[in-house]
Design a protein around this ligand. Structure first.
Ligand SMILES: *[C@@H]1O[C@H](CO)[C@@H](O)[C@H](O)[C@H]1NC(C)=O
Ligand SMILES: *[C@@H]1O[C@H](CO)[C@@H](O)[C@H](O)[C@H]1NC(C)=O
Ligand SMILES: *[C@@H]1O[C@H](CO)[C@@H](O)[C@H](O)[C@H]1NC(C)=O
Ligand SMILES: *[C@@H]1O[C@H](CO)[C@@H](O)[C@H](O)[C@H]1NC(C)=O
Ligand SMILES: *[C@@H]1O[C@H](CO)[C@@H](O)[C@H](O)[C@H]1NC(C)=O
Length: 274
């Protein structure tokens, strides 16, 4: 009788402890950190994210819906962030990677500056990355190749520089890729431009508007890129030309003196015969 009472009491206590934990376990500390850092590093001159409050970051999801504008949830985790065309400024924080359930990140058509953080490799579920039409600079991080589920990478119309990382070609699910209108340079990796069957994997429209990019499906290396060779060529050419010129000069001089000498010889012979 006594043991049964103790057991019931223990069971009740356990249930109480569990129910007290329930609302807490709904908020993910990673999501909270991610949203906090994101709102700290974004400037929102149009007050389009006015309901992004600190209180909401601790509890951003209610099942599948979010109280934060632009956010979508799935099973209590941030699953999608669509903050396109809101006039946002500032930069992309490394801690965005703490939203580890994120599948779609769209920060396109804002005025974001700074680099694309390599830390985004932590977004292991990311399928869609759209950072197009901002003022992002620096190189495209090769670490993006570690987000194995990526099927959309849209980085067009930014100020990105350097080469296109070869590793991005390893993303087997990649079906949309656009880096047009940046400041990229170097050869387009064959892994991204290669023909699959009769068609190139991504056509020229994915790459155009980058002065320094070359190779299929764009034109081969521009002659401008051969400037060092051209300088050497001009140097060698002019050297050769002056050599030829002086050689001809010497030849003419020799001919003239030879002719003079033979004329003198001829007149000398006349003298002898006279
Ligand atoms: C945030 O991400 C970093 C890097 O992956 C990790 O070390 C840290 O523990 C994460 N923090 C939280 C609160 O999830
Ligand atoms: C925040 O704004 C969104 C869209 O404007 C709205 O759906 C949501 O209910 C708002 N959340 C709060 C807490 O006001
Ligand atoms: C990325 O966003 C822009 C505008 O916000 C849109 O026009 C474009 O279609 C998007 N890219 C992809 C691949 O969906
Ligand atoms: C296609 O890509 C593979 C590896 O990325 C490379 O070995 C091969 O030469 C490429 N083929 C063409 C036609 O570019
Ligand atoms: C290039 O590919 C895109 C989609 O991937 C397509 O809409 C466009 O028509 C293609 N352009 C050319 C010239 O083939």
């Amino acid at each position: 009788m006594f043991t049964l009472r103790v057991l019931t009491l223990l069971l009740l206590l356990l249930l109480l402890a569990l129910s007290a934990r329930l609302p807490r376990s709904a908020a993910d500390p990673g999501d909270e950190l991610c949203l906090t850092r994101l709102s700290e590093s974004l400037q929102d001159p149009g007050s389009r994210l006015s309901n992004w409050s600190k209180a909401a970051f601790a509890e951003p999801c209610n099942g599948f819906t979010s109280s934060l504008s632009g956010a979508t949830c799935n099973n209590g985790r941030i699953y999608k962030l669509s903050l396109s065309g809101l006039g946002l400024r500032g930069s992309i924080p490394a801690n965005l990677a703490n939203c580890t359930s994120l599948q779609a990140l769209d920060l396109s058509a804002n005025a974001l500056t700074g680099p694309i953080p390599p830390d985004l490799q932590g977004l292991v579920n990311l399928a869609v990355l759209n950072l197009s039409s901002n003022r992002l600079s620096g190189q495209i991080p090769l670490q993006l190749a570690l987000c194995a589920y990526l099927n959309v990478i849209d980085l067009h119309s930014n100020l990105l520089s350097g080469p296109i990382p070869q590793q991005l070609g390893l993303l087997v699910r990649l079906s949309a890729f656009d880096v047009s209108n940046n400041r990229l340079e170097g050869q387009i990796p064959g892994s991204l431009s290669n023909r699959t069957g009769n068609l190139p994997r991504f056509n020229a429209s994915s790459f155009e508007g980058n002065k320094g990019l070359y190779g299929y499906p764009l034109a081969p290396m521009k002659t401008k890129g051969l400037s060092v060779l051209a300088i050497v060529g001009i140097g060698l050419g002019s050297g050769l030309a002056s050599l030829v010129l002086s050689f001809t000069g010497v030849c003419i001089w020799l001919r003239v003196t030879e002719r003079k000498m033979s004329m003198e010889e001829v007149s000398g012979t006349f003298w002898i015969f006279r």
